[in-house]
Design a protein around this ligand. Structure first.
Ligand code: NAP
Length: 326
């Protein structure tokens, strides 16, 4: 079967398609005929070997898959054969077939394409966990989403809107701001302008924002924290900018504001049952048309390496999905 494997840490653009043996589902597993795989910034860091945790070599990059169950291992009902499912795959995503535990598979809502499903779990569950559980976002509040045209940012726009919030999307280029607006943002902001706080003040008439959703870090974070209204919550989601910012703590005191870490992956590892309710609520929202998790772009397997490279180079818009029909 066709697959992409990382055998040495390095630039993702060096990844090539190769042939691997098809896996056989073991006890408790299903064999998934993978239709699509979702990629994120973290997958590119794993290939470079620069993420805080190193992936042992060799490994198949990616962790989000959607497809059809083709066979089942011992102890799994054969009724599942033919089911359309999405999953976080512990064995990588850029493969035509993967054997994964039946327990990690969730039914894809009828309204959702395999490509949308492959890009759904990580970014949307992080958004709902971040905005609802960590950020206590209320209807009518204003959210500032940094890196808003990235995969995680786009999902945050969609989920915040579904929760009844007003969304200001910050992104570095006009093309990215247009994409964020098309995905539902109420207002957009060019945060590559050093004076962007003044532009934000004008948008919110100096009232500040209630929640900052921050998957970017770097110098953007302190400015964003300074934009919080009293009682605001700054959600620390990631550091795509590469630099982990430091914050003068007097700002938290002066604003009566909170800095909240959003580690969705850590949460579901510590509490394996915690993701079910998130995914259930999000699936209901898809069925009701409240959220619209369509990927902005999809690519063939051969381009997976260049897609990961473009994520590192800040050139991607939205959540990239790789089509892997066998
Ligand atoms: N906490 C969690 O549970 C969780 C879950 C999933 C992902 N994450 C983290 O969330 C972050 C974003 O992931 P993603 O998949 O959405 O990535 P992405 O699609 O690449 O989006 C990241 C955005 O960050 C901005 N950015 C600013 N400086 C950048 C730089 N030097 N290089 C690259 N991008 C830069 C870019 O927007 P502009 O060009 O507009 O600035 C880009 O669109 C990552 O750090 C990831 O590890 C966290």
């Amino acid at each position: 079967m066709r697959a992409i494997r990382c055998v040495n840490y390095g630039e993702p653009s060096g990844l090539r398609v190769e042939n691997l043996d098809e896996p056989v589902p073991g006890p408790g597993q299903v064999l998934l005929d993978v239709e699509a795989a979702g990629l994120g910034y973290v997958d590119a860091l794993f290939v470079r070997g620069t993420y805080q945790v190193k992936m042992p070599l060799p490994f198949v990059p990616g962790s989000e898959v959607a497809g059809v169950i083709e066979a089942v291992g011992e102890g799994v009902s054969s009724d599942l054969i033919g089911s359309r499912v999405m999953a976080l795959s512990p064995r990588g995503a850029l493969v035509e077939k993967v054997a994964i535990p039946a327990a990690v598979c969730s039914t894809i809502p009828d309204e959702m394409s395999a490509e949308a499903a492959a890009g759904f779990i990580v970014s949307y569950c992080t958004a709902l966990y971040g905005l609802e559980n960590c950020g206590r976002l209320q209807p009518g509040e204003t959210v500032l989403v940094l890196g808003a045209a990235g995969g995680v940012g786009m999902a945050a726009i969609d989920v915040a809107r579904a929760m009844g919030a007003r969304v200001i999307a910050a992104a570095s280029t006009q093309e990215k701001r247009d994409a964020a607006k098309a995905h539902g943002a109420d207002m957009v902001l060019d945060y590559s302008d050093p004076e962007w706080r003044k532009a934000l003040d004008a948008l919110v008439e100096k009232r500040g924002v209630n929640v900052v959703y921050d998957p970017v870090g770097g110098a953007y974070s302190e400015t964003a924290f300074r934009c919080l209204a009293p009682g605001g919550r700054h959600l620390v989601v990631g550091f795509a900018n590469g630099e982990i910012p430091k914050l003068p703590l007097n700002l938290a005191l002066l604003k009566r504001a909170s800095l909240v870490g959003v580690d969705w992956g850590g949460e579901i590892r510590a509490n394996p049952g915690a993701n079910g309710p998130l995914l259930h609520k999000l699936s209901e929202w898809v069925e009701a048309g409240k959220i619209h998790p369509e990927p902005t772009a999809s690519f063939p397997l051969e381009e997976a390496g260049s897609v990961l490279q473009r994520l590192l180079e800040r050139k991607m818009i939205g959540k990239p999905v790789i089509r892997i029909a066998s």
